[in-house]
Each structure stands twice: as structure tokens, then as C-alpha cells.
Design a protein around this ligand. Structure first.
Ligand SMILES: [Mg+2]
Length: 232
């Protein structure tokens, strides 16, 4: 009866709690680099502003409008500019701090370990992520997730990003399996679900914020990771 042998997991926002980990790092930055003194803003406003700019830059990166280095250097420069602060040295320093400290954070999405312990008894697990190779490896290592996974496929290694079917084909090839034996679990409707769908892979859409506007309908939809036990 068991149809699947392999599970592809997205990492950020699906297992690794990107928002909490990012917020912790940005709060450290705000305090250590005296951002209030330089910008006159509050930590919450700073985090919201950064997030908006970072999301936009990530979207540009995904669409291949900008490169990795540009993404990293621009996000704090543009955040500071929102507060009329032009200080490229500070932006560089803060950008460096962020890239160094954020991947060492260990907050996970609720039920991550519980569900991985459960799935690892029955399936082979793999990561497929649009993040940078060294950053994603560091996150997996520090958060204790690494040993659950056989193959870790990054867009950087595959040279192509989700939702492009080529990264899913690259993953299936590396794992030495096919789309029928594989299921994808991820929080991004566009990158994870549409991508897997186009590659002929069944999908579990992790939708904790109950995002409503999506089509076509994924194979499964869950609000909590613990619901995976009802499916797999
Ligand atoms: Mg994600």
C-alpha cells in the first residue's frame, strides 16, 4: 500500500523557524550596533522594515534579477536608507554579523523533531532548499536536523531554484528515485508546491497561516506538522 519511499522537505519556514531565528538575530544587531541611536527607530519597526526589504530582494534573487552578494550587501544598506541613514560600512558590518549569527540559531517549527523521528522510521528524508549551500548546512548542523537527512539539495548546487522543475529532477536523479515514489513538503505554494506539481511529485502544502488564495489544489494541505502523521 505504501506508495512513497522518499520525502523532500523544504527547510526555511517548514522545519527551521526562519522568522523567530531572524528576529533574534536582528534584535542582537539592534542592541549591539546601537541602531536606535543611528536611526531613532524602535526594534520592532527596524525588524518590519528589514523584513520588507529582504523579502523583496529574495524575490528578485529568485527571479534572477540580482546575485547572492548583492542580496547580502543591499538589505541592510536599503534598510538604513529608509531611516535616512547612509552608512555603508555599518551596513557591511551588520550584514556580516547577520550571515554569521543567524544560521547558528536553533529555533524550529513546532513538532519538527517529533515528525522527523516518526518519518525516519518509514521513509528516506531529504532537503530541497533555495538557500545558500554553506548557510543551509550550518542551520542543519546547529539545529540538530542534519542527521535526519540523506541528501541535501540546495539551489546553489543544482544551479537552479525552486519552482523550476530542473531542481526537482536534479534531486530525483541524486536520490536515484522517481516522481511517483516521492512527496514534497513545504510552506511556499509557489516554490514548493507548484514546483513539485510540475515535476509530477505529490505535495503536502504546510499552510500554518491559512493563506487562502492558491490554485490548483495541492495533494494535501496541513496547518501543523503533526498532521503529517495522518497522511504518511
Ligand atoms: Mg520555505
Amino acid at each position: 500500500l505504501k506508495k512513497y519511499h522518499h520525502i523532500l522537505f523544504d527547510l526555511d519556514h517548514t522545519l527551521w523557524d526562519f522568522d523567530t531565528n531572524s528576529k533574534e538575530t536582528l534584535t542582537e544587531i539592534f542592541n549591539q550596533f546601537q541602531i536606535e541611536k543611528f536611526t531613532g527607530t524602535s526594534v520592532n519597526d527596524f525588524i518590519i522594515t528589514y523584513k520588507k526589504i529582504n523579502d523583496k530582494l529574495w524575490e528578485d534573487y529568485r527571479l534572477e534579477k540580482i546575485e547572492k552578494d548583492k542580496l547580502r550587501s543591499e538589505r541592510f544598506k536599503l534598510t538604513f536608507e529608509k531611516y535616512q541613514l547612509k552608512n555603508n560600512d555599518l551596513a557591511e558590518e551588520v550584514g556580516f554579523y547577520y550571515v554569521n549569527h543567524s544560521p547558528k540559531k536553533t529555533n524550529l517549527i513546532p513538532h519538527s523533531i517529533e515528525i522527523l523521528e516518526y518519518l525516519t522510521q518509514k521513509y528516506e528524508l531529504h532537503i530541497i532548499t533555495n538557500g545558500f549551500e554553506e548557510v543551509q548546512m550550518e542551520k542543519l548542523h546547529h539545529s540538530g536536523l542534519k542527521n535526519y537527512f540523506n541528501h541535501i539539495i540546495t539551489s546553489e548546487a543544482a544551479n537552479v531554484k525552486k519552482p523550476d522543475v530542473k531542481i526537482f529532477e536534479f534531486a530525483l536523479d541524486k536520490i536515484q528515485t522517481n516522481a511517483q515514489q516521492t512527496i514534497m513538503i513545504g510552506d511556499s505554494f509557489e516554490a514548493d508546491i507548484i514546483g513539485a506539481m510540475n515535476a509530477g511529485i505529490d505535495q503536502v502544502f504546510f499552510n500554518p497561516n491559512e493563506q487562502l488564495n492558491f490554485s490548483p489544489i495541492p495533494t494535501h494541505i496541513i496547518k501543523k506538522l503533526s498532521e503529517i502523521k495522518n497522511i504518511l
